[in-house]
Design a protein around this ligand. Sequence first.
Ligand code: 5GP
Ligand code: MG
Length: 181
Amino acid sequence: MENDKVRIHDKNFKIFITRDEIKARVNEMGWEVTKKYKDLKPVFVPILNGSFMFAADFVRACHFDSDMMFVKVKSYEGMSSTGNIKWELGFSGHIKGRHIIIVEDIIDSGNTLKNFIEEIKEEEPASVAIVSLLLKPDAIKHDIPMDYIGFRIPNAFVVGYGLDYDDFGRTLPDIYQLDED
Ligand code: 5GP
Ligand code: MG
């Protein structure tokens, strides 16, 4: 059973999406993706660190043969929309001709994904789709394909289920929202 309120580091958070709600939605998303990918043997590419928990649940909600290769943001050189993002790729040479499903925890401005889509297209995949558990529709700044979205949420900071606040809160099984009161 989840707690209604948690204190993480120096801030208060309140329950926002429970583990049961996450599980139900992840299962729905899995079946939806299964319809399209069941004969394609796609490669899941989770963007670390935030998506580790979602990715682990999501691949088990998908009912087809697949592979998984991780990527990590190595450094942001300025977080502006033109910011130079560097990637630590774990898959050189294994992407060409494969169907890619990028797995994200949350899409905020869309900077990270816009940059990564450009990066991964250089590996000549057969196709690229995006699965994100969360999307903040009011924050998005780029026109990026959003194929499968779990929950559309308001522009408030969230933690838990892989998402961190300064490296804290990642292991919480539920998602919490910053409590400003
Ligand atoms: P974007 O590049 O789309 O602006 O942001 C993407 C990344 O910012 C996400 O993958 C996530 O790591 C981080 N982020 C954006 N919004 C939130 C939030 O509300 N909570 C947490 N913990 N991370 C966020
Ligand atoms: Mg992330």
